[in-house]
Structures are given as structure tokens and as C-alpha cells.
Design a protein around this ligand. Structure first.
Ligand SMILES: [Zn+2]
Ligand SMILES: [Zn+2]
Length: 181
């Protein structure tokens, strides 16, 4: 079993539940707006440095631990997978995770990498937020849902070209015949 380093209660994605009653049904709102200092994501699509990611969560005491439900949202920037122009969008994802009390049956019957743990009074929300963002990142980012991509002949964006854009493709055999016309 791996040992996890103690959580820093002041870390931006650590929720402190010290003041929260453990009576089942008790809820507490928790939110954070985090400045993104380093680009988060992939080359094609990422949360840009200098932007802010937001977490709006509700913590609910349940008999086995604390249930965290909420929304993670962030702006994303990248490149349209079809026409390669720069695009901006926003992602928003619902997250939900049970953090088991250390002395609960759930904690005793599961591994720490299967079910998150309440560490003292602290909840490490970082894995939840990170997994949510990874899940929400579009695998095919598009500048708009029906982007028509690039013209296979000239490589221009079809959305920037007139509707009747086309190239006269002449079969080389006919081209030779044309000389006789
Ligand atoms: Zn596009
Ligand atoms: Zn073209």
C-alpha cells in the first residue's frame, strides 16, 4: 500500500471539512477559482496559461464518508481538427466522488486507489478535477460543430469559400484529346 504525503490544507484544491458536521445529510458548498499558470492539456487543445478554472462543489456527509458533487469548468484553446484554424471554447464537466472516512467499512474493504479517502479532515480534490478535465477535453476539437474542413484540392477553408467552390478536374486522357478540339 502506498503512503500518500500529508495534504496541505492551504492548497487550492484541498477542501477542509473540519467545520462540517459528519451527521449524514449535512452539506457544505465549496468552490475555488484557480489561476492556471501552465497550459494544461495537449498540443491540439488545452486550458491556456493565464486563464482560470472553476470548481463549484457540494460536499455531503454520508454514513461512509463525504460525497463530493459538482462542476468543473475552464476555457480551452486549440486548433480545429478539420480546418486547423485557432479556436476557443469552454468545457464544463460534472464530477462526483465519494471520499471514505478512514475508519469506515468502505475504507477497510477497498484500496486507496479505488476509493478516495478523507485524510484527517481534508479532501484532495485535485485527482477529481484533473480526471474531470481530461474527460471533458474534446478529442476532436472543432471551430464549429459543422466545420467543413479544407478543400482537398487547394487547401483553403471551405467555410471561407463560395458554396460553388470547386476545381475542374480533367482526366489526363481527356486533356490530351482536348488538343484536337
Ligand atoms: Zn474548423
Ligand atoms: Zn479548392
Amino acid at each position: 500500500m502506498k503512503t500518500t504525503p500529508p495534504l496541505d490544507p492551504k492548497a487550492p484544491l484541498v477542501a477542509d471539512t473540519r467545520t462540517m458536521s459528519r451527521a449524514p445529510g449535512t452539506t457544505k458548498e465549496w468552490s475555488a477559482d484557480i489561476d492556471v499558470t501552465d497550459k494544461l492539456g495537449l498540443d491540439m487543445i488545452a486550458i491556456p496559461a493565464g486563464s482560470q478554472l472553476s470548481v463549484r462543489a457540494r460536499l455531503t456527509s454520508v454514513s461512509e464518508g463525504i460525497l463530493v458533487t459538482g462542476t468543473v469548468s475552464a476555457p480551452v484553446e486549440g486548433e480545429c481538427a478539420r480546418c486547423l484554424t485557432a479556436m476557443e471554447d469552454a468545457i464544463e464537466v460534472e464530477v462526483s466522488e465519494l471520499y471514505a472516512f478512514e475508519d469506515s467499512t468502505t475504507a477497510e474493504t477497498t484500496e486507496a486507489d479505488e476509493v478516495m479517502r478523507v485524510q484527517g479532515d481534508l479532501l484532495d480534490l485535485e485527482p477529481l478535477v484533473r480526471d474531470g478535465l481530461v474527460f471533458a477535453m474534446p478529442t476532436t476539437p472543432l471551430c464549429r460543430p459543422d466545420c467543413r474542413g479544407l478543400c482537398a484540392q487547394c487547401g483553403e477553408r471551405l467555410d471561407d469559400l463560395p458554396a460553388d467552390h470547386g476545381h475542374e478536374i480533367i482526366d489526363p486522357r481527356w486533356a490530351a484529346l482536348k488538343k484536337f478540339v
